[in-house]
Design a protein around this ligand. Sequence first.
Ligand code: ADP
Length: 444
Amino acid sequence: MRLTVKPLKQKDAGRGLAAVDRASMRELELENGDYIVIEGSEGRKAVARVWPGYPEDEGRNVIRIDGRLRQEADVGIDDRVTIEKADVQPATSITVALPQNLRIRGNIGPLVRDKLSGQAITENQTVPFPLSFGPMSGSGQSVPLKIANTEPGGTVVVTDSTDIEISETPAEQIDGQAERSEAGPSVAYEDIGGLDSELEQVREMIELPMRHPELFQQLGIEPPKGVLLHGPPGTGKTLMAKAVANEIDAYFDTISGPEIMSKYYGESEEQLREVFEEAEENAPAIIFIDEIDSIAPERGEAGGDVERRVVAQLLSLMDGLEERGQVTVIAATNRVDAIDPALRRGGRFDREIEISVPDKSGREEILQVHTRGMPLEEEFDLEAYAENTHGFVGADLASLTKEAAMNALRRIRPEIDLDSEEIDAEILDSLQVTERDFREAIKG
Ligand code: ADP
């Protein structure tokens, strides 16, 4: 049976889950908690734990999996996959390798077991380990754990009685399958909150032509070369560009408007040329131009000689892009009316998407993203914080959760040695972020 891949909701990502609609579950004789093998393109497989889908998916033959599982099975959204029941053994023991710069004192085993419990894992796999504290983490982030060994071998599920061993060798030094797009951004659609319909538009404008150029050729329509995202700072424009690039495994490069304008005479154009050249060589590719208004201000608005030359260069580079949509330029601005209208004409940035300040449900999704993996106290009411943060954009909510986590850290500060590069496993395990930490963070 073939199911169509869709993204998971923000709050359900990162736990190895596959949400399958109930009718499909019945047909496949699956029960809640069963493990399945999801087979994507070219035999690539991922193993997940089934869970009855969202009510709105009923009868749609849908499987929702997060960015990591999509990457493992090498599938994108709206692709079809086949699934079958997997026979996974409970793990008697697993060996995990931590990244080199994460130094833990004491036994982190119980914490790892707790976070991985119920997840199906395979030798050599890299799994994200949510960790809200420590040198590598920010809110909602996770560190990559490498599964160095599993007993028995193959795909196993971590249970309460699995022994967790920590490898002496750091994750970076363990061979395995080459990680894909290691240099690229690893933002998944599930890491973006409150922008579902905007993401849908971006996908249609960029992802579709990149993945299926033949459709566009057949219809004789030109995919867009440039898409302009506009809206207030911190609403997720950069995040969105990175997520699209990541989902389609495209090469990604960023040009910062102000930075390119600060170059010496002639260097700005040179750098633009180089970025476009690299992108074409590495296509499919996405070039992200942040703060494009500083490169191409509306003529008359402080537009001098330099701006004119750089804009001319940018326009000629865009006009020279092949028409098959394999290189797309995404530009972002907070001041859509302040950019040179020549850029917004046909064949250039002729598609525009407005990214606005999130509403309450958007804020709730964003908070879910940034508290994912955070040890929140039980019965924490995230919705209340979505309610109380009117006017906050994504970046504000990200700093709010970070600040709340810092408050939690300050509470236990007397117990920790901040000079030490190691973190104590016991302290990590005992950390909890409470309502009070959030209340204080809001007060600022
Ligand atoms: P912009 O490009 O619109 O100025 P960014 O995409 O750079 O904003 O956002 C900055 C940070 O704020 C992101 O890295 C992320 O942590 C957070 N953020 C912003 N918008 C969102 C969102 N919609 N969902 C989740 N996080 C967000």
